[in-house]
Design a binder for this molecule. Structure first.
Ligand SMILES: [Fe+2]
Length: 284
């Protein structure tokens, strides 16, 4: 049935009001996040630099999340899911600040699970206090799950969709940041590459096997910086949404990472495997 013109107009104005309300709420939460991050400024210059990077990362993950939400029906038709995704993107690394200040590392295995810490801080520090309890629960759960290897089976909707998109948005920016650090010939920042050895020829057979099988390389299987490159390559199999892969292709980071792999047959196979995946998933 056709809608009358005034019904169309009413709908359009509701959605523009919704958009404006979401923009206001996001500005409010960005200010709260900024105030929280600023409090860690005095924690030493090395820490200050890395926390500033995490702050900038969080804002870029928010931008990636906005791009995914715009490209996917699951968010275009569900304002609650979209709102939860954007808030979760902003706050997903909240736990990183206390983690680095307390333990001087981003390695969860040597310190604390930063997803769990972030979810606790969201509650204890009363972030999102003007949002509904339902939205707060969604954001906390998505933050808690954002750094797990796999999402729990049978997660309810819209939490499962929000979590998948958050993990995509996060991965895309990590690929971008590492792309800057992993230029051949550049000595990468040790904290960013998780203190891995930088031997230009070395790579682990386990990491290679995982990429070729279309599985995520495990953090625990990384021995050198090249394994980090392979881990980033393996994420093309983990990204859930077509919009995420298109964003990745558009920004060109994956090409640079592929070009920075060491020479040899093994790595040629990796390049072909990754290119095939990108081609298959970004076709319209
Ligand atoms: Fe992140």
């Amino acid at each position: 049935m056709h809608k009358k013109p005034n019904e169309h107009a009413a709908r359009a104005s509701t959605s523009s009001l919704e958009k404006e309300a979401l923009a206001v709420a996001l500005r409010r939460e960005c200010a709260a996040f900024n105030a929280y991050a600023l409090a860690f400024r005095g924690s030493g210059s090395m820490i200050g630099k890395h926390l500033e990077l995490k702050y900038a990362h969080s804002l870029r993950v928010l931008q990636n999340a906005e791009a995914i939400a715009m490209g996917e029906d699951a968010f275009r038709h569900n304002p609650l899911a979209k709102r939860a995704l954007l808030m979760a993107a902003l706050y997903h690394d909240l736990g990183r600040f206390e983690q680095l200040a307390r333990y001087q590392t981003f390695r969860d295995a040597d310190s604390i699970n930063h997803g769990l810490l972030g979810a606790k801080l969201l509650r204890d520090k009363r972030f999102l206090s003007e949002e509904t309890p339902q939205l707060r629960r969604l954001v906390r759960a998505a933050v808690l799950w954002h750094n797990r290897l796999n999402l729990p089976q049978g997660a309810p909707e819209p939490l499962a969709t929000v979590s998948k998109a958050l993990r995509d948005a996060d991965k895309i920016d990590i690929i971008g940041v590492l792309n800057e650090e992993l230029h051949p010939g550049h000595e990468p920042d040790k904290t960013i590459v998780l203190e891995l050895r930088n031997d230009p020829k070395q790579y682990s057979p386990k990491a290679l096997e995982a990429v070729m099988a279309g599985r995520a390389v495990l953090y625990a299987d990384m021995e050198s910086v090249n394994d980090f490159r392979l881990l980033l390559c393996s994420w093309v199999f983990m990204l859930e949404f077509g919009s995420s892969l298109r964003l990745l292709v558009r920004n060109g980071y994956m090409e640079n990472i592929l070009a920075s792999l060491p020479p040899g047959q093994d790595m040629n196979k990796v390049r072909a495997r990754v290119h095939n995946r990108l081609r298959d998933r970004t076709r319209h």
